[in-house]
Design a protein around this ligand. Structure first.
Ligand code: IYR
Length: 226
C-alpha cells in the first residue's frame, strides 16, 4: 500500500496564480482584445523565423490537458525547402481532386467566402510547416497496441494552444487540412500509428496579405444559460 502511494505521488498546487475579481475581468478583456486580432492568413512572407520561437510554442502546446496524460501528439517541424515542396505537390494533387469533383457543391459553397482553391503556394513560401500528428495508440516493446484515450480531442486542444502561442508572439498561422493526409506519413517518414491531424502553416503574413471579410458569432449565439 505504502509502495502504491509512492507510485502515484501528489504535491501541493503551487503554480496557481490568484487574481481579484476586477483583475480577472481586466485580464479577460485584455486577452480577448489580443486573440480577436488573430486572423487565418493564406499569404505568407518568406522571412525567416527563429526556430527557438517555434520550439518554445510547441512546448506550450505540449502542456495541453489531454487524456490520461498520454500526450498523444507529435509535431513534425518542416523548414527544408525540398520537404516543403514535396508536401505542396502532394497536397495540391489531393486538393485538385477535392475542388474538381470530390467536394459536394454545398461544401464548395461554404468555402466560397474564404476564396480558397487548389493552389497552395504558402506550403513552400512560409518558413515553417508544423505537421501535427495524433496517436490513437502506441506500440509497446512487444509490438502490442496500447490505446491512447481521447487522442483527437487532446490533439485538438494542443493545436488550439499552439495557434494561440504562435499568435501571442506575432506569428500568423493557417490550419490546412489536405484530405486525405496519409501522404504526410510517407513524406515525413512517420510511423503508422501516427495520424496526420492538421498542417499548421506558420510565418509572418505577406506585407500585402488580404483576409476575407467575415465575422464571429456574438455571445448570445454561442451560449445558453442554465
Ligand atoms: N482542404 C481544402 C478545403 C478547405 C476546407 C475547409 I472546412 C476550410 O475551412 C478551408 C479549406 C483546402 O485547404 O483548400
Amino acid at each position: 500500500m505504502a509502495e502504491e502511494k509512492q507510485k502515484h505521488r501528489f504535491v501541493p498546487l503551487d503554480s496557481y496564480a490568484e487574481y481579484s475579481e476586477s483583475e480577472m475581468v481586466q485580464r479577460a478583456q485584455d486577452f480577448y482584445e489580443q486573440i480577436k486580432r488573430r486572423r487565418t492568413v493564406r499569404e505568407f512572407s518568406n522571412r525567416p523565423v527563429s526556430r527557438q520561437v517555434i520550439d518554445q510554442c510547441i512546448l506550450s502546446a505540449g502542456t495541453a490537458p489531454n487524456g490520461a496524460n498520454q500526450q498523444p501528439w507529435h509535431f513534425a517541424v518542416v523548414s527544408d525547402a525540398e520537404v516543403k515542396s514535396k508536401i505542396r505537390q502532394a497536397a495540391e494533387e489531393e486538393e485538385r481532386e477535392f475542388y474538381n469533383g470530390r467536394a459536394p457543391q454545398d461544401w464548395l459553397d461554404a468555402l466560397a467566402p474564404l476564396g480558397t482553391d487548389q493552389n497552395k503556394p504558402f506550403l513552400e513560401i512560409a518558413p515553417y510547416l508544423i505537421v501535427i500528428f495524433s496517436k490513437p495508440h502506441e506500440l509497446d516493446s512487444d509490438g502490442n497496441r496500447v490505446k491512447n484515450y481521447y487522442a483527437n480531442e487532446s490533439v485538438g486542444i494542443a493545436t488550439g494552444m499552439l495557434i494561440t502561442a504562435l499568435h501571442h508572439c506575432g506569428l500568423a498561422t493557417l490550419t490546412h487540412t489536405p484530405s486525405p493526409m496519409k501522404f504526410l506519413n510517407q513524406v515525413l517518414d512517420r510511423p503508422a500509428n501516427e495520424r496526420p491531424f492538421v498542417v499548421l502553416v506558420v510565418g509572418r503574413p505577406a506585407s500585402d496579405a488580404k483576409v476575407p471579410v467575415i465575422s464571429k458569432k456574438p455571445l448570445d449565439a454561442i451560449t445558453s444559460d442554465h
